[in-house]
Design a binder for this molecule. Sequence first.
Ligand code: URP
Ligand code: ZN
Ligand code: ZN
Ligand code: ZN
Length: 486
Amino acid sequence: KGFETVIHGGTVVTASEVFRADIGIADGRIAAVAETIAGGETRIDASGKLVMPGGIEAHCHIAQESSSKIMTADDYRSGSISAAFGGHSCFVPFAAQHRGQSIDDVIATYDSRAEGNAVIDYSYHLIISDPSPEVLEVGLPRAFARGITSFKVFMTYDLMNIGDGGMLDIMTVAKQNGAITMVHAENNDMVKWMNRRLAAAGLTQPRYHAISRPALAEEEAIGRAVALAKLVDAPLFVVHCSTAEGATLIQRERLRGVKLFSETCPQYLALTREALDRPGMEGAKFMCSPPVRDSATQEALWRHVASGTFASVSSDHAPYRFDATGKFANGTEAPYPKIANGMPGIGMRLPWLFSEGVSKGRITLPQFVQLSSSNAARIFGLDRKGAIAPGFDADIAIWNPRETRKATLADQHDNMDYTPFEGMEITGWPETVLSRGAVVVHQGALRAEPGRGRFVARRRVDLTGMPGYRAPELDPARNFGAEIAP
Ligand code: URP
Ligand code: ZN
Ligand code: ZN
Ligand code: ZN
């Protein structure tokens, strides 16, 4: 049987190599990788181009209400289309539990939002805001059985944070089922104390959002989350690390063998808190949590990207429009604590990372593949994605590494009315994106029907090379707390 599609003449980039090869696709999978492949019902000319695993966006908020019930501007249709134009062939948004809601109900809600809409494959990370016995004993094991093998918890936001004990409970269940816990790490009481002081002084403009969430609040919370994960020797993924101190702490614990992963985001590498000083309410466009910091932090975070502290650079796409449906749902003069946190970026994540990372010589092409796709696939159990090798899904992005143009809102194909990347000069853009062998985007045109994207059931995290840490008190080998060790 022949190939449906052959991609020929391109330079293939994997997580470890760069080489000239053609790719043969059959039944939506990569069937052959060889110097020259003849035939193919469709032949795609990739000469002068880079052929890479399609991006996997593992941190994005799609068709999700904020903790104060403001709906994101992007749903599974516009969000997946924007992702595909930006070089992705898979994304993993969050399915968020409201307190009191059953996990079955959460999953059913997000299934109904996703079905018939996505143009690329998807899965969910569950957000747990209410770790009741029913959730821990029934809900989460049922979620694993469906292939949802990651949960996110919050250490901040009054309506979301579950306390240290709740985190230990979730980490323990995650460990027993082969899942990973993700954490948004900021000390809630530090932020609330800062909010009270700022409010008392009448300082409520967007710029004070950055001041209200100090670097120390992140550093403290990351340290605490890691300590909790060590007590139960469970894997942990620290999302959107924004500080040098946090990154250094993560690097040190990884060197000790702790089962610890992390990511940073383009906004922390590209923007500084001066962006929030723009006149009027413009600064609200750049409000996200944790906040963007300063140029010294950017340099430190780049060194952590280059040296492997971070598994991925994720967008944290949290699209709230600059109008009454989004940022100003509580009025155009709302004080910063009542303005939705988050900024869009799923369409710019990869072009921006390619341009600032690869084109400027900060990271290698294989590192780009690791940070954009392959690491997320291994950590989050997408076992058929994130590689160019026989047997894997033909989820492939073909990039023109030389094309230079300025980022515009129109390029994003999302449902937003601004992009924080507006006007930035970007060298390196995706040209063609395939999902299970089908062309989804080609030269600026959408070629796929919404609904072709499928839910992907995931496996367990790959913890190879991470011995972990056993708290002596819970180490069965030492027989102290053997009876209660997770
Ligand atoms: O500011 C952000 N990142 N908003 C999205 C919600 C969250 O904190 O993850
Ligand atoms: Zn050829
Ligand atoms: Zn977060
Ligand atoms: Zn987020």
